[in-house]
Design a protein around this ligand. Structure first.
Ligand code: HEM
Length: 129
């Protein structure tokens, strides 16, 4: 059973700009990462950051910019080209947790947001280990 997530805490405490800052902190760290970093397109870090920030602004604030440029998120399908097992999932979560701390996401929102990311990250796994 998955933990119910209180999205209202996330939406109240993080405005769209907070998600933009979170994505920037996340990708700055991801670029340096030796486990998950190499999966990302090396010549399009800016584009990847913008797609992720846009998805978060859509997911929590209904900003349609992401949908207008990318269509339906289809997250699992879009992650299938990348080998994602437990190691990749766990490293992704570590980097996200550090990015949330760096951008001072308030603790009550951080708890909910971490649960949201953990559920989606686990759903992205396409390898047994
Ligand atoms: C489990 C570990 C994960 C790995 C290894 C991973 C890896 C990647 C990679 C390599 C890309 C392609 C970069 C690009 O060109 O845009 C990508 C895209 C993306 N990821 Fe992940 N990801 C993970 C988890 C997540 C989670 C948890 C979320 C959201 C909660 C997420 C949301 C996205 C989005 C929105 C895109 C862009 C989709 C598009 O419009 O093309 N990813 N991810």
């Amino acid at each position: 059973m998955s933990t119910p997530i209180d999205e209202s805490l996330i939406v109240q405490q993080l405005d769209e700009a907070a998600f933009t800052r979170l994505a920037a902190a996340f990708y700055r760290r991801m670029k340096e990462d030796d486990v998950v970093g190499p999966l990302y397109p090396p010549d399009d870090w800016e584009g990847a950051e913008e797609r992720f920030a846009g998805f978060l602004r859509f997911r929590f604030h209904g900003n349609l910019g992401y949908i207008e440029s990318r269509g339906h998120p289809r997250l699992r399908g879009r992650h299938l080209p990348f080998k994602i097992g437990e190691a990749e999932r766990d490293r992704w979560m570590e980097i996200m947790t550090a990015a949330m701390a760096e951008t001072a996401v308030p603790e009550t929102a951080a708890t909910q947001l971490r649960a949201f990311f953990a559920q989606v990250a686990d759903f992205m796994r396409n390898q047994p280990g």
